[in-house]
Ligand binder design. Structure first.
Ligand SMILES: Cc1cc2nc3c(=O)[nH]c(=O)nc-3n(C[C@H](O)[C@H](O)[C@H](O)COP(=O)(O)OP(=O)(O)OC[C@H]3O[C@@H](n4cnc5c(N)ncnc54)[C@H](O)[C@@H]3O)c2cc1C
Length: 287
């Protein structure tokens, strides 16, 4: 197996153009598992560990550009205020060791329906920046996930960054697992409330992570935006039902389809309660 070690982004893109079969490796927390279990035997690995450009983040005009190789530990420590839901999701990934190595770029590259960052990227309106020697393009998160472990990357492209608007409203993320830590999601849910708009998305409950449009529209029309008051139980309940109805889960070792739907409706109601409380407090402070 060839082990390619570019020292810069330009070199990494040139190598990927020359060797489209080379499998990129960032933190390696997915790739090494696949190699160890012999699920994959690529002819070449493209190590992104020395590409400094991928390991930086910056903010321009209220949008965070998060380099593909920034590990979860840094997202949690440095971006909790600007990207609260992404930091919440990052806190639930694996263990400290996995969070030190694992990256949002790797989560996107793997495109597992259970990846924890995906629902967050959908509700924050994130765009995935990808590049090749042909140029750079931005792919809305909603168009990035094509199927189970399939994404919109061309074979000569690398993920270079994710662009996420810094939060100006309230965001929440929650997941259900079979235990409290080191757990792949049985299902997950993210919600963002901002200025009369609701965005919500589910993970690990369909072939790809997806937004739940009917539930979003229902909630946007029902929330008392003008004079924030507690959300009525009937609204929470209906929102949970609509979220569950948008799921297309499977039965597997982690849970049954029926349990996933039930758990999603609970996550939806709970996270709505937390997000609305935070949103209302923010509105009162501004008034
Ligand atoms: C013990 C354990 C626990 C875990 N727990 C969780 C969890 O709770 N939640 C969760 O979501 N995931 C979990 N994972 C999976 C994994 O940690 C995450 O998916 C992580 O985000 C992968 O990031 P990485 O940098 O390690 O990716 P890598 O393993 O380096 O790469 C993953 C995939 O992305 C591709 N890739 C990486 N970088 C790029 C790039 N810049 N451009 C193009 N393709 C790229 C690789 O080729 C590969 O296909 C766990 C894994 C382990 C081993």
């Amino acid at each position: 197996m060839d082990f390619l070690r570019p020292q810069s982004l330009a070199e990494a893109l040139a190598l990927k153009a020359e060797r489209p079969d080379a499998v990129p490796i960032a933190g390696g927390t997915d790739v090494m598992v696949e190699l160890n279990f012999d699920h994959r035997r690529p002819d070449a690995l493209l190590d992104l560990g020395r590409v400094a450009e991928l390991a930086e983040w910056s903010t321009v005009d209220g949008v965070v550009r998060l380099g593909a190789s920034v590990p979860y530990t840094r997202v949690i420590a440095e971006l909790g205020e600007a990207l609260p839901a992404l930091a919440m999701a990052s806190r639930t990934v694996g263990s400290p060791q996995i969070r030190n190595r694992g990256t949002v770029g790797g989560n996107l590259g793997a495109a597992s329906p259970a990846g924890d960052t995906h629902p967050v990227l959908l509700v924050t309106g994130a765009q995935v920046e990808v590049a090749s020697t042909r140029g750079t393009r931005l792919i809305p998160a909603e168009e990035f996930y094509l199927g189970v472990k399939r994404n919109a990357l061309a074979e000569d492209e690398l993920i270079t960054a994710v662009h996420l608007p810094a939060s100006t409203g309230a965001q929440q993320f929650a997941k259900v697992g079979t235990r409290n830590a080191m757990v792949i999601a049985v299902c997950s849910f993210a919600i963002a409330l901002d200025n009369g708009q609701v965005r919500a998305a589910i993970g690990s409950a369909a072939p790809t992570p997806r937004r739940v449009q009917e539930a979003e529209e229902f909630l946007a029309a029902e929330l008392p935006w003008a004079a924030p008051a507690p959300v009525r139980d009937s609204v929470k309940r209906r929102f949970g039902e609509l979220v569950a109805a948008a799921a297309e889960p499977i039965d597997d070792v982690r849970g049954t389809a029926a349990y996933r739907k039930h758990a999603l409706s609970v996550l939806a109601r709970r996270t709505l309660g937390w997000a609305w409380q935070e949103y209302s407090e923010g509105e009162r402070e501004c008034a």
